[in-house]
Structure formats: structure tokens, C-alpha cells
Design a protein around this ligand. Structure first.
Ligand code: PDD
Length: 285
């Protein structure tokens, strides 16, 4: 069955959804995106994803073409048309089609809106049973990583470097500190038992899963610290994990070839993964 995509007001077969070469997303990566999970046919934490979509658009001066209600209606219809029970809904908005010129086009150019779905087993992910391997790589990105920009070349290269050594994620390091994963937020648990993640700033994306995990930790009495994580703390950590809409909470058991703890997913990561499932399934939160 061919997937159905959404492009500028129409639902159509994915392989018929075409964007012109002069689209500024294609030429300049002049656009932003959002990814939300679907579990049991329902969007997970979608209000927060749509709020971040709105913020990303406003930070780069693209008008948001839809209200949150309209976005949710479109996402729900797309998921339904694709019979999507578990997986991801991807939204991309670019500044639209115009003659190539670096500065914004004059006049009222309509943003290009693209959406598609990807079926994915998020809950029954075998990687979560064994735990993932990660590597560290230099963070080569620009200085506004809080914007969910489609300019992802540095992350593509980081993820490929990880894949080539059998690792699932690359933790990006700048000036000796961990910024975030190539497509995730990074957490560690120190040997003293402290759950730690980096505070938000322009240096990293405000992860929606990160925020939910911190709220769940707070609710259940797991104390945490938001502080900088030095790269040399990683091999010393009792546990590490990363969070994202596509991985939820993914335990890490090896970083740069160094085994963490006993080499199995740690208790804090496993507990937070369970709590996040319950939240995502609407059993709580
Ligand atoms: N990426 N940091 C970066 C650089 C990311 O690309 C992502 C998510 C996150 C986690 O954010 P969230 O919890 O809101 O998914 C952090 C998505 C999943 C992607 O690009 O596919």
C-alpha cells in the first residue's frame, strides 16, 4: 500500500508529492520541522510539539500557516489515512518557492507544508532490551540549535559515523561538554545516583521528550540536576540514556567502546522508559 502524504492543502500518494527545485527548503534548508510519535493510533504529547513548531517558525520569521487545532486535525487525518497505529508523523514547513536569493522573498510567498508518516515499533524496540551503543563526535553545528531547523548535515554525518561502528547514536561534544545527541537529548546518572541533563539554551533543542521525562522524574520523586555534562564524565557514569520522539527513553550501555556499569540497561533508564510509556499511552499525564 502506498503511503499518503500531505502537501500544501492536499492528501496525495507519497510518490506523487513533489516540491519545486526553487523551494527554499531545498536550496537553503530555509525551513523547520517537527516529529511527533503516534502510539495506539494517538499522537503523543502533541500540544508540546505544536508549540515548538510555532516557536521554530516565529524564530525564523515564517508565519505559521495553521492553528494548533488545524495542525492536529491534519496530522490525525494523515495518520488515519495511513492506518498508522505506532510510528511518527513528520511535519516540515519551508519559506516557500521563490527565485534564488539569500534574503527573504518579497511579497506574500506561501510556505511549503509537507507531512508524511513512518510506521515504527517504538515500544517493542529490541535495542531498548540490550541497550544502545553511542559514540562522541565534535558538534559541528550552528549556534541556534534551539530552532528545529531542517539544516541537518552535521547530524547526518554524526549519525553515519555512529552507524559505521555499530552505534545507534552520536553524542555531540563542544568545548569539552556534551551538547545533545545527533537526534536526541542526553541524560546520565552519576555513580553518586544523580540524574543529570544539560540545561536548555541556544546550544541545544528543547526536547519535548526531555521535558516530559523531567516532569515524570519530578512527579515520582527521582531527583535530577540540570547542569553541563563534561564529556569526560561519560565513561564514569553509572548509566546514560537518550530521549526523543522516535526512541522515547533509550538506555545506553557503551560509549566510545567503554562499557557503562554492568553493560545492561540501568534501573533509572528502565524506570523512566516505563513511566514514559504510561504517559504516552495516556495511562498518566
Ligand atoms: N529529533 N535534539 C535533537 C538535535 C533532535 O533532533 C531531537 C529529536 C531531540 C529530541 O527532541 P524530542 O524529544 O522533541 O523528539 C533533541 C527528531 C526525533 C528527529 O529529528 O527525527
Amino acid at each position: 500500500m502506498t503511503r499518503t502524504a500531505y502537501l500544501n492543502g492536499s492528501f496525495l500518494p507519497l510518490d506523487e508529492a513533489r516540491v519545486p527545485v526553487m523551494d527554499r527548503g531545498f536550496l537553503f534548508a530555509d525551513g523547520i520541522y517537527e516529529v511527533a510519535a503516534v502510539l495506539g493510533g494517538r499522537l503523543v504529547d502533541n500540544a508540546a510539539h505544536l508549540a515548538r513548531l510555532d516557536r521554530s517558525l516565529s524564530e525564523i520569521g515564517i508565519r505559521n500557516p495553521h492553528s494548533a487545532q488545524e495542525w492536529e486535525r491534519l496530522e490525525t487525518e494523515l495518520a488515519e489515512r495511513n492506518g498508522l497505529m505506532e510510528g511518527l508523523v513528520y511535519i516540515q514547513v519551508t519559506r516557500g518557492v521563490a527565485e534564488r536569493d539569500f534574503s527573504f522573498p518579497k511579497g506574500d510567498v506561501a510556505p511549503t507544508v509537507t507531512m508524511f508518516t513512518q510506521a515504527k515499533s517504538i515500544v517493542a524496540n529490541p535495542l531498548a532490551e540490550t541497550g544502545a551503543k553511542a559514540i562522541t563526535v565534535p558538534d559541528l553545528r550552528w549556534k541556534r540549535r534551539d530552532i528545529k531547523s531542517v539544516a541537518l548535515l552535521a547530524q547526518v554525518l554524526a549519525k553515519q559515523q555512529a552507524a559505521e561502528v555499530g552505534a545507534a547514536e552520536a553524542f555531540m561534544v563542544e568545548d569539552g561538554v556534551v551538547t545533545e545527541g545527533s537526534s536526541s537529548s542526553v541524560f546520565i546518572v552519576t555513580k553518586a545516583g544523580a540524574l543529570v541533563t544539560r540545561p536548555l539554551s541556544h546550544a541545544l533543542l528543547p526536547g519535548i521528550t526531555r521535558a516530559a521525562v523531567l516532569a515524570l522524574a519530578e512527579e515520582t520523586g527521582i531527583t535530577f540536576e540540570e547542569r553541563i555534562i563534561a564529556a569526560d564524565e561519560l565513561p564514569e557514569a553509572a548509566e546514560a540514556f537518550y530521549t526523543s520522539a522516535s526512541a522515547f527513553v533509550m538506555p545506553v550501555v557503551e560509549i566510545d567502546g567503554h562499557t557503562l556499569g554492568d553493560g545492561k540497561p540501568g534501573p533509572v533508564a528502565r524506570r523512566l522508559r516505563e513511566l514514559y510509556f504510561a504517559f504516552a499511552e495516556g495511562r498518566r499525564g
